[in-house]
Design a protein around this ligand. Structure first.
Ligand code: ZN
Length: 188
């Protein structure tokens, strides 16, 4: 019986041995790759942790949150849409730059109102929409973290129903990102 068993195992190994070895090697390679990626991710996290952003408003309440995976109803435009920004209101309408940087652009259109974009280090850009026209900065200005740049208002027609508020967006390397990842906006 035992000999038979042994030969059975040998036969199985003969037949599937190569596949088993290939599978084992593939597993090890995948494991090493996964560990390698993990280490790399940790390294990247450390580098972004060096940038600590300030809040764009003081004691603000979030009235519409960032969401790239579900639609939110826009009462002003009477339609459902994704909202790649955080809308906030505060008793004090002052809006501050979230970090040191350079004013990249100042634009105005009826839908978004007055829009200030600030370029920061590490490929970060912050964008402040529905701003009042009376801004404290102009294109090309160097700004400091926490510097007053202007006031929130109801200048954005596409969110008129929300009243005076700040529509705040962030980009990293040109791609919209969730500001909640970098800023503690929710319980203010
Ligand atoms: Zn908004």
């Amino acid at each position: 019986m035992e000999i038979k068993k042994d030969s059975k195992i040998k036969n199985v190994f003969k037949r599937y041995g190569k596949i088993m070895i290939v599978a084992a090697v593939a597993f090890v390679v995948a494991f090493v790759a996964a560990v390698g990626v993990g280490v790399k991710d940790e390294g990247e996290e450390v580098s972004t942790d060096s940038v600590v952003f300030a809040l764009p408003m003081q004691n603000a309440v979030v009235v519409k949150d960032y969401a790239d995976n579900y639609l939110q109803f826009n009462e002003s435009l009477n339609r459902w849409e994704i909202h790649l920004a955080v809308d906030m209101i505060a008793e004090n309408p002052s809006v501050f730059s979230i970090y040191d940087g350079v004013v990249l652009s100042i634009d105005e259109n009826s839908l978004d109102g007055c829009v200030v974009k600030i370029q920061h280090e590490d490929g970060f850009v912050s964008e402040y929409s529905s701003m009042s026209q009376e801004l404290m900065v102009k294109q090309g200005d160097n700004v400091k973290k926490g510097q007053l740049i202007g006031k929130s208002s109801d200048s954005a027609a596409n969110e008129m129903v929300d009243g005076a508020h700040l529509h705040f967006a962030m980009y990293k390397d040109g791609v919209e990102i969730d500001p909640n990842i970098y800023l503690d906006l929710q319980n203010k």
